[in-house]
Structure formats: C-alpha cells, structure tokens
Write a protein that binds this ligand. Sequence first.
Ligand SMILES: *Cc1c(COP(=O)(O)O)cnc(C)c1O
Length: 398
Amino acid sequence: MLVFNKDFTQQEAIPDKGIEKALEVLRSGRLHRYNLLPGEKGLVCELEEKFSAYMGTRYCLACASCGSALFLALKSVGVRPGDKVLCNAYTLAPVPGAIEHCGARTVLVDILDDYTIDTDDLAAKAEASGARFLMLSHMRGHIAHMDKVMSVCERFGLVLIEDCAHTMGAAWDGRKSGTFGKVACYSTQTYKHMNSGEGGLLVTSDDEVIARAIIHSGSYMIYGTHTSRPALEAFEDVKWVTPNYSLRMDHLRAAILLPQLEKLDTQCSRWNELYNHTENLLRDIPGISCPPRDPREHYVGSSIQFNIAGVSADVIKKFLAETAARGVQIKWFGNDVPVGFTSSYDSWRYIPDLPELPNTKKVLATMCDMRLPLTFTIEDCDIIVAVIRDVLADILKS
Ligand SMILES: *Cc1c(COP(=O)(O)O)cnc(C)c1O
C-alpha cells in the first residue's frame, strides 16, 4: 500500500543570511524597533522600505501579525464601532476576528464555485446593508475577478481593504494583488510566503492611512524614525486622536525576513511548479474537480483546493481519515464543527444575523484543502496524488 512519509507542516530552513543577521541582532541586544543607535535606521525600517518598493506602494508598516495589520488597516481607514464591513464568507477566522476587534459588524458575502467572492451578492449586500467598507480576503490565493470587484466598489463607494495573506507575490492582469485597495495586509506567519513565525506587513499609498496606522501600531511619538512615511505634518492632527495598540514588529523578525524577500519571486515560481503539476494530476481523477483559474490570475500555489463532486459529509470524512492514515494530510472547510485551522463561516456565531449563503455552503461542503510546502518535490506530489486517487476509487466503489 502506497504511503506518504513527509510532513505537510514542515517548512524550509531560514536562509543562512537571515540566521546570521538574526544573530547580529541578538548579539546587539537591540531587538525593539525603536532601540536604535544615533544615525541607525534599523532592520524593520529597511524591511518596510524594501517591501513597499517590491509592491510599488508608497508606504509599508511592519506589524505583529496579519490579523493585527488587518485590524490596524480597518481602524486607519476609519471603521468605527457599529460600522458594517462586507467580507467574503470563505476566509480564515482572523479576518472576521479583525472586523470584530474594531467593534464593527461583519456582513458576509456569498462565493462562486471558483471560491472567489460573488460580485452580484456583493452588490446586493452593499445595497441592503449600507456598508461602506469591503474586506476582500484572497483566501488560499484565489483572486476574484478584480475588474468586477472594483466596479462594485465604485458603484457603492466602498473602501477596499485587501487581505493578501495568501497572495504575497501574486497579481491580477499584471497588477500586484494588494494594490487594488486603499490598504492591503500580508502575513509572514510560518505557513505563508515568508516565514518569521508571526508577522504582518501593511501597505498603502495614502498619507493619512499610513500616519494613523503607524501611530496605532505603537510608534509613540517616535514615528519620525520611520523611513516609510509621509512628511511629519501628516502626523500633526493624527497623533492626538490615535490610540496606541502596541502591534509592532521587532528587529529579529525583520532580520529573518529581509533575505526571504530577496528570494520571494523565486519561491513563488517553485510553489507554482508543485501546484501546477499537482493540479494537472488531480484533474484527471474521476470525481475530483479543481475550479478553472482565470488566465489573468497570476496566483501563488502554496496550497491546493479541490472538490469531490456530489458526495456526502460521511464520504468526505471517510476520505480524510483514509488519506490521513496513508500520510496525506487534507483539511476540510465543510465540517459542522470547527477543527484545527479550518472553520466554516457559520461557526463564527458572534457575527450578528449570520446569513444563509447557499453557494458558500455548497462549495465548502465538498472542498478539500492541502498544503504544498516547498520541502516537497514533484515526486512527492506524484505520491500524494496517487494516494488520493487510490483512496477515492476505493471509497466510490464501495
Ligand atoms: C493566515 C491568514 C490570516 C492571518 O494571518 P496571521 O499572520 O496569522 O495573523 C488572515 N487571512 C488569511 C486568508 C490567512 O490565511
């Protein structure tokens, strides 16, 4: 019986350059981003400069996590307690969590069969709710038809915040994911495209948004040491009315991230080799479908999702148990109860008036989700798909 022996949660080592830089930081003792010698810029500022240059945005702010960056982004574009924030229902728990953190109310929007936001439902919910904000989560790297999203935003005057936890390095129609909205947030948590354990990066080209975000993030009155910022006048009014939420990044994490940023595009290509190979094989398995991807979508396939057509929850549970017994770790967003990192939108019971979202329910019910870490090879993907093929054939036969 074919069994897969590698761990789906194992990441590559931090590059040697990052380890050396981290040791320098540790030896200096100056870990806090504002613990700088006279004339010293510091690695967090360097990371912010380099990431905003990579993105082509004017500003970047390094944060404690993507979830905290999303919270800062919402606060900084002016979300107030009680405000409504639209959000696609296929997303990860920290996203509605960030909205709730602002005291705002999440208005969930249905998704299409290709896992991206349903822009017709978006328009309907924008109209019915009167919401002024859209938190668009490019969940698992699936990028919606951005022209349609932007036209709904324009029609209803929605301020767009992009959750790019899985689209660092991705683009839509030649434009980087994260440059469509007023502000975008990225994760540098271990399972995303750069790994500092925890960490987040917020980008924007808006002077007022970055000034607020910097002060909210916990800059005290030392915001002048930031190098990715507008002129000091932008902080003059803001500094009196902007609470310090203490959500900074430190030099140690910036040290680890800087050499990873240099390799980011190479890593993204490596992910796509694994992804495209695996997707092609999965598509040949009777019963399995991967949604078509728009040619304009330049994705980063750090994980793969697929549906098993028309099967019951019991069949999915059996499939997951048997693939797991053979070493293939697959996750499922369709479970009635939240498990591990996954949960369906209807498990977020703190959201007021949880809506019925028939297509999200239908799609999640048979959607499987699998990591493709860069510690895997093409041959590993062959074994994984062979296990999936065998297990599914056995189950569908019986
Ligand atoms: C991981 C993730 C987040 C949260 O990132 P953290 O850095 O862990 O806070 C937000 N959105 C999506 C889609 C994610 O996958």
